[in-house]
Design a binder for this molecule. Sequence first.
Ligand code: NAP
Length: 338
Amino acid sequence: MVIAKKYVLVKHFKGKPKSSDIKLIEEELPPIKNGEYLVEAEYLSVDPYVRVYMGEYPLNSTIIGFQIAKIIESKNPKFPVGKRIHDHLGWRTHTIINPDAPIDRSLGNIPSYIVPDFGDLPVSLGLGVLGMPGNTAYFGVTKILNPEAGKTLVVSGAAGAVGSHVGQIGKALDLKVIGIAGSDAKCQWIKEELGFNHAINYKTQNIKEKLEKAAPDGIDYYFDNVGGEISSTVMYQMNPLGRVAVCGSISAYNNDFNDLPKSPLLQPAIVLKELKVEGLLVTRWANQWMEGIQQNLEWIRKGKLKYRETITKGFENMFNAFVDMLEGGNTGKAIVKV
Ligand code: NAP
């Protein structure tokens, strides 16, 4: 008999999530049936979207999230014992999976898949640079911004999982890259180790002035991870026909949807500069998922893509890792190792 541990929602988040909003409970799992397999989580992802999406879930739902888990028992020859899978199983230690009756596809149509062989690279990268955030960066830059070499790209949330990756793809595509992040240490990392041309600390520096200096010829592309004032400031400095990929708005994830912060009106910038602004959900490219992973793997192998993980140890620390990530405690991908 296997006892799974899982976190469930007991109170919808309001403002900054509180530890009392979720509860760790145990669940006795039944024996597996033909076609099913049992997995044990090894690495769990903590992601910003969880803060927002859980608002749509009824109380007592398992907290959502991706994990990499090892198959420890199987009655499905396509998923043999010992392999590792990537799936949206939520914050739980053990799960029985029936690939024909998926548990929760709330993050769209990304199927359960066996983690590809990354060779000597850590398997945890399957939650970051070689997983959902990596594909967000890859498809967001190549399909939405589709940039021309020599032009200027600004990315916010620049030292996080998606942002640090976006900037490096920009460099791989010969763009001038400016990153906006929340600490001097993060700015130093993206500039000195990742090769961004400029880094701006939005907490201590004047973004408008810094952008004017770093991009005297204007900004051609903006990859927006944060929304709000930062993004309005960037968009008013864009060149005519500039392109904006809107990926997220973490600056307001702790706000109530009925009481969102006001930031400067964007329509004058969009109209007068004829900007093309497009939102993106990475699930749009679910049927090209492995293409993104293979390209990112190739960039790592060629030394064009570096990564960092902020790994918290212990399933009991899921909540702390989540809140820490929302507050900027992570550099690169925030992960929990069970
Ligand atoms: P992440 O950047 O690794 O972690 C979140 C970061 O957000 C924190 O480290 C923090 O960095 C920053 N942050 C927190 N509060 C902020 C604020 N008030 N203003 C500015 N920055 C703030 O997370 P991620 O997984 O890479 O996600 C980044 C963004 O992409 C999020 O908006 C997320 O929802 C979005 N996303 C969208 C998709 C999609 O399909 N559309 C997929 C994946 C992610 P600082 O120290 O720099 O503040």
